[in-house]
Design a protein around this ligand. Structure first.
Ligand SMILES: *Cc1c(COP(=O)(O)O)cnc(C)c1O
Length: 395
């Protein structure tokens, strides 16, 4: 049997390769950070989700080590059997405090949080109204749920209103959006979404994976940005991006929603509990956020600096309020050539082109971090200018 299947797999793999979509993994030989070692060579990393520079933070590493000494390596259980330490409850409370919500439920990843949030809460009589550019995990989570599905064009409020009208006969309606969309770096118009939700008697869910720690004056995410703290029913997020970059996801929001998820959410009920080291470092991370706004301030200053200099140099950058700067090149081939030339110049960035972004919308996505020093930002900008001139992207 496997012979035939093997042939089939080989041809699938070949067609992926022929379409230029085969993904290879570059091997990093150092911790994650602003400066990484790839193939023995130092590169400045501008493509990690390490927004606050916490992926290699000494305080978090110490907290993780201490927790391992104190509480062991793993839990060998799901939460409700014998996998809950006091630490898990403490982290859940820290997350709720950070977002101004009532309660939190932890998952192994945000992929699981999104995979397990819809099916327990909504049924056939209900409606999910989802932004067309929402993350894959939201799309998969919606697929697992029997609710009727409605989709609106990215951040298009006229279309959202049309979909809300189409869903008007449904019992409960939930609008779902990413906080920051990862390809353009645009922030969802949560104020307008909230207005429409009120007008059409719908609830709102925001995935703050790319916005938590980043957006809003103190990094509390899009609910802070739009002055809607405690107003949104459901927030999901990850501990794998700005919040330390290890692993873990969460759903936080109204108490009864979280209660029901603990009873019925399948990735929570049937998957292992987060290890003490991750939980403890997470608690420490939220303590840091409480103590000082230094990292968020530095991230915002770095992002402004980078954006201003790149615009002045003549680059076409999507206007956003996040730490994602999409340097538009439009041409797919050019984005690949430019990314590899930048890597030769010591700058690690990734080109994105169809089908990851729409046709003729190729770009290089630069992700700014609080870990970048001004010198490193300048090195990146200088490399962009040099390679940009060489490839006639700028004059
Ligand atoms: C990264 C991301 C996720 C997945 O988070 P993990 O914790 O890595 O599974 C989910 N949603 C959005 C919007 C993301 O950007």
């Amino acid at each position: 049997m496997y012979n035939e299947f093997q042939k089939y797999l080989a041809s699938e793999l070949q067609s992926i390769e022929e379409a230029g979509l085969y993904k290879t993994e570059r091997l990093i030989e150092s911790p994650q950070g602003a400066d990484i070692v790839v193939n023995g060579k130092h590169l400045l990393n501008f493509c990690a989700n390490n927004y606050l520079g916490l992926a290699n933070n000494p305080e978090l590493i110490a907290a993780a080590k201490d927790a391992m000494d104190d509480r062991g390596y793993g839990m060998s259980s799901v939460r409700f059997i014998c996998g809950t330490q006091d630490l898990h409850k403490e982290l859940e409370a820290s997350i709720a405090k950070f977002f101004g919500t009532e309660d939190t439920i932890l998952y192994a990843a945000c992929f699981d949080a999104n995979g397990g949030v819809f099916e327990p809460l909504l049924g056939e009589q209900d409606a999910i109204i989802s932004d067309a550019l929402n993350h894959a995990s939201i799309i998969d989570g919606v697929r697992l749920c029997k609710a009727q599905r409605f989709r609106y064009a990215n951040a298009d409020m006229a279309d959202l209103e049309t979909q809300l009208q189409a869903a008007s006969k449904c019992r409960f309606k939930l609008i779902v959006t990413d906080g920051v969309f990862s390809m353009d770096g645009n922030v969802c118009p949560l104020d307008k979404i909230y207005e429409l939700a009120n007008k059409y008697n719908a609830m709102v869910m925001v995935d703050e994976s790319h916005s938590a720690g980043v957006v809003g004056q103190t990094g509390r995410g899009v609910t802070e940005q739009f002055n809607l703290r405690s107003q949104i029913e459901i927030i999901t997020g990850t501990l794998g991006k700005a919040f330390g970059g290890a692993v873990g996801g969460f759903t936080t929001g109204k108490k009864e929603i979280i209660d029901l998820l603990r009873q019925r959410s399948r990735p929570y009920l049937f998957s292992n509990s987060l290890p003490p080291m991750v939980v403890s470092a997470g608690i420490k991370m939220f303590e840091m956020m409480d103590r000082t706004n230094e990292l968020q301030d530095r991230l915002h200053a770095n992002t402004d600096y980078f954006r201003t200099k790149m615009l002045a140099a003549g680059f076409d950058i999507k206007p956003t309020q996040s730490a994602i700067c999409a340097v538009m090149l439009y041409d797919a081939k050019l984005s690949q050539i430019m990314a590899s030339r930048l890597q030769e110049e010591g700058i690690y960035v990734t080109g994105f082109y169809y089908p990851v972004v729409p046709k003729d919308q190729a770009r290089i996505r630069v992700q700014i971090s609080a870990a970048h020093s001004q010198t490193q930002l300048d090195q990146c900008i200088d490399a962009f200018v040099k390679v940009g001139k060489e490839l006639s992207v700028i004059k």
